[in-house]
Design a protein around this ligand. Structure first.
Ligand code: UDP
Length: 506
């Protein structure tokens, strides 16, 4: 059953405006919204996605819907609420095909099933919609329902795609051809990067980057005593003095030289408060490039012993620098055999290392029992790092990069599509060209670690860029522009190209 999801109270725009570093962004957003409000009189914006719980889209939607309402635009969130295992098996296949993986042959039965479910969703949603409304459909699952509602009610419909691949393969072509008849019905589409727009939508799509919430537990500022408290509560440092809060129920676990997981402070403290630390935090996915990063770090340490002519300060830095690779507790991803395999490969890679290199590499499993605690740990780890590495071989967008940029931690990324959308090489950070080449990774780590002024410059630029481009306010401003263009469309006309200025109705 389609469900209209109730929003539970989150932070309001006033809360953001109460902080010195965000007041400007909120002010700009409000001013832009005030200009376009007349277009939305008497109409609603309805967001439709597959599920009310689980996944990045369901996490992001409440904030967008709430902000639209706060800005004066009536907005609702509807979830498909379908419990049809075959349907989700099929849409998962479609999802994988968009990422270039899986059997590209989609049958007539697949389409029949997809159409049936989407017809039922459209029928359930229709009584709640008016022809003046704007429907925003997220990802492939409810795409068909949006097309039906667009045709039958004549409302304005936009498709928001949160996934994509910057390559044209047999698999991607199969998915995009399957979706073409539905997509052609829509007024407009929105993607996370220009490379993800299929050819047949060229000129009828916009790019909106995802945005992070600067006041969430994952991104908010942490005072030194709070940050130290989190590290203590999570078992990442030994309590040398009393801390305010009790320990987290589940602590971070660290891979031990014998291949088992144990306390993160064994066999010694990692040194979060003292040492330069290079940190990558991601899901345990081969495409996140953990393996080559680990090999590159070992190479960097080897170089230290082979090079006689190092500046003493840099030598000391390379002596004490450590690498942290962190990801979710494997027990929380039991239904994901690929991530267990990746972790297993890393375990082997680590166990095969000379103990003198093992000592300087910590592979951490982060507890997932409490979302808040997990977010606080991620926040603290990103803030403690001298460099955040995101050595992705492929990356849809890479929120971990945005999170580090916003915190002012310098980033070493790669040229994977989502990362190069965020970091301009040499301006906001540095990009590895070949994330599978440990030698190149070692050289770039060395270069970045040796140059303190440049690191600071990249970090400052990255933070500014995150502020203007990748916070939730920038995302909302882009949504306002797309929604206004769509609201201003004469019936049966479509938006062409990127957004332009729309005059306000009298
Ligand atoms: N993340 C987390 N806990 C972990 C590992 C990752 O909260 O143990 C978060 C990370 O901070 C980021 C998100 O998961 O916000 C991953 O998003 P990203 O776009 O980087 O990659 P994806 O996982 O979507 O491929």
């Amino acid at each position: 059953m389609v469900e209209f999801v109730k929003l539970t109270a989150t932070l309001t725009l006033d809360d953001y405006a109460a902080t010195a570093d965000l007041v400007g962004a909120v002010h700009e957003l409000r001013a832009e919204a005030d200009d376009v409000l007349p277009w939305f009189k008497g109409r609603s914006v309805v967001m439709l996605n597959s599920t009310a719980k689980g996944g990045g889209v369901a996490e992001m939607l409440p904030r967008i819907v709430q902000m639209l309402n706060e800005l004066g635009i009536t907005a609702h969130w509807a979830a498909m609420g379908i419990e049809h295992p075959d349907f989700f098996k099929f849409t998962k296949r479609l999802h994988n095909l968009i990422h270039g993986e899986g059997d590209p042959v989609l049958s007539l039965d697949d389409r029949k099933l997809y159409d049936e479910v989407n017809r039922s969703v459209a029928d359930q949603l229709r009584p709640h919609l008016k022809p003046e409304d704007l429907l925003i459909v997220h990802d492939p699952q409810p795409l068909g329902a949006g097309a039906i509602l667009k045709r039958e009610l004549g409302l304005r419909a936009i498709w928001r795609c949160h996934i994509g691949l910057d390559a044209h393969l047999l698999a991607t072509r199969a998915a995009w051809s399957f979706m073409q008849p539905y997509l052609e019905t829509y007024d407009h589409s929105v993607f996370s990067a220009p490379e993800y727009i299929p050819n047949y939508l060229a000129g009828r799509a916009s790019v909106i980057h995802p945005g992070i919430d600067p006041l969430s537990h994952k991104n908010r500022f942490l005072r030194p005593n709070k940050l130290t408290g989190i590290l203590c509560n999570a078992g990442l440092v030994v309590e040398h003095a009393p801390v305010l809060a009790p320990p987290f129920p589940q602590k971070v676990q660290r891979l031990q030289p014998d291949g088992s997981f144990g306390a993160a402070t064994l066999p010694d403290e990692i040194g979060f408060l003292y040492r330069p630390i290079v940190t990558e935090i991601s899901r345990w996915d081969r495409l996140k490039g953990f393996g080559p990063l680990l090999a590159g770090f070992v190479r960097l340490k080897q170089k230290l012993h082979q090079t006689a002519s190092l500046h003493p300060r840099h030598r000391q830095r390379l002596e004490i620098v450590r690498l942290v690779l962190a990801g979710p507790d494997p027990d929380s991803v039991q239904d994901d055999p690929e991530s267990r395999e990746t972790l297993e490969e890393l375990r082997h890679q680590f166990c095969a290392l000379d103990p003198k290199f093992q000592r300087d590499i910590a592979l951490l499993s982060l507890p997932m029992d409490s979302r808040k605690n997990n977010e606080l740990i991620v926040n603290a780890l990103q803030r403690c790092a001298v460099l955040v590495a995101q050595n992705s071989i492929r990356e849809g967008f890479g929120l971990t990069v945005t999170e580090a940029m916003w915190k002012g931690t310098p980033v070493m990324g790669t040229e994977a599509c989502g990362i190069r959308e965020q970091i301009r090489d040499g301006i906001d950070g540095r990009l590895v060209r070949n994330p599978e080449d440990p030698l190149e990774i070692a050289d770039l780590l060395d270069e970045m670690l040796s140059d303190y002024p440049e690191r600071e410059r990249w970090a400052r630029n990255a933070q500014k860029r995150a502020y203007t481009e990748f916070l939730v306010f920038a995302q909302m401003q882009r949504w306002l522009r797309v929604l206004t263009e769509c609201a201003a469309l004469p019936r049966r006309e479509r938006i062409v190209g990127h957004t332009r200025h729309i005059p306000v109705p009298a």
